[in-house]
Design a protein around this ligand. Structure first.
Ligand SMILES: [Zn+2]
Ligand SMILES: [Zn+2]
Length: 383
């Protein structure tokens, strides 16, 4: 077995950068406030603008576009993500996506670069601070990205682009608006403080989103959904959904799920820029949800030796009919867009009928789960 000393395994550049940025940010806030001026509207707006520009470049650009190819984007947007993603100081698109594709391919295993099985702190930021022999990237899993001139330009000049877009630019904007004190204020707030916020937002997805939350779609790995994380991370907190349906451009698939990255992507689609959005059909999502609910209910019943066979039959029957209804609705909605005006009413009526049928099936299935729960509780009381 090869042995490594602690010193040779530490990536000093990353370690110093990660530990120093929060200290510099805090010192900057105190010094600027006490020696120059209190932060004002300009600092606040520059902070928000760079928080969104750099944050979305990671969640939409690095993650959903480059890593997962969940949609398409024109070159000005790719350039925007390359420039402001560099300003998030999370390495180049090539490095980030290679790690991320390995994370999805080998989640929770030794080959996962930020495996949550190694604990909160390792998956949060520890993995960035050490050199793991396993993860000397050969970038063989990001060959598709290497054909982009913008992406390769960013890879070669990552530190320079990051310094300009993430530090110098906010300072320059502040200086041009309000002079020296505002320039320093914007460097502190739009550069340093914002870098810390975006860093830890992303890191929480690798740590917290694999530890705390619910698993409505799959229990195959440790990924979890959590609303509060979605709120902090431009929608990335619906991580169980994302691991289950990773090609989907959405992480929060319902309209009311807080997912600003999804809204950003769809807004470009609305503007007429063809984004070729990939989304999981509803019938697949609902089937996955039923499977997980069944698995959870059965494990409870089996712990009490209650027979599940009859329930299994009822669930299978309902699941199949519900899938068919949703699939038919999906097909008819497409048809509705292309059909002639005279036949629109008939198609709409058919959709209404199918939706009614689906709602009935859903209610019946709910009753099956209720009955399983009743039997479990009755048995639990009896023993
Ligand atoms: Zn992902
Ligand atoms: Zn993950």
């Amino acid at each position: 077995m090869t042995e490594y000393s602690a010193a040779t395994r530490i990536n000093w550049l990353n370690t110093v950068f990660l530990l120093l940025t929060p200290i510099l940010a805090l010192a900057g806030v105190i010094l600027h406030w006490s020696l120059l001026s209190a932060p004002g509207l300009t600092e606040f707006l520059v902070f928000i603008a760079f928080y969104f520009a750099c944050g979305l470049s990671i969640t939409v650009g690095y993650h959903r576009l480059f890593s997962h190819r969940s949609h398409e984007a024109s070159w000005p947007l790719v350039l925007f993500y390359a420039i402001f993603g560099a300003g998030a100081f999370q390495n180049s698109i090539i490095e980030w996506c290679s790690d991320h594709r390995n994370h999805h391919k080998s989640t929770d295993t030794e080959n996962d670069p930020y495996s949550a099985a190694k604990g909160f702190w390792y998956s949060h930021m520890g993995w960035v601070m050490v050199e793991e022999e396993n993860f000397q990237n050969d970038f063989s899993n990001v060959k598709d990205l290497q054909s982009s001139k913008i992406i390769m330009w960013q890879h070669r000049n990552i530190f320079l682009i990051g310094a300009i877009s993430g530090i110098i630019l906010p300072a320059l904007i502040g200086f041009l608006i309000g002079g020296f004190a505002t320039g320093v204020g914007c460097l502190v707030w739009g550069g340093l403080v914002r870098t810390v916020f975006v860093h830890h937002g992303t890191f929480l997805i690798n740590s917290a989103a694999h530890i705390w939350g619910t698993q409505p779609y799959s229990e195959e790995n440790s990924s979890r959904d959590s609303f509060w994380l979605a709120f902090l991370t431009f929608g990335e907190g619906y991580h169980n959904f994302h691991h289950t349906f990773q090609a989907d451009y959405r992480n929060g698939h319902k309209w009311y799920h807080v997912d600003p990255s999804k809204w950003w992507i769809t807004s470009f689609n609305f503007l007429g820029l063809k984004s070729n959005l990939k989304s999981t059909p509803k019938h697949s999502i609902e089937a996955a949800k039923i499977d997980i609910k069944t698995k959870k209910a059965f494990s409870k019943l089996e712990s009490r030796n209650i027979d599940t066979e009859e329930f299994q039959n009822q669930i299978d029957e309902h699941k199949s009919s519900m899938r068919t209804s949703l699939y038919e609705i999906h097909k008819l909605k497409r048809e509705l867009k292309n059909c002639v005006a005279s036949s629109k009413k008939a198609v709409k009526d058919k959709i209404i009928e199918l939706k009614k049928n689906y709602a009935e099936l859903k209610a019946e299935l709910k009753a099956v789960f209720k009955e399983m729960n009743r039997q479990y509780k009755t048995f639990a009381r009896a023993v």
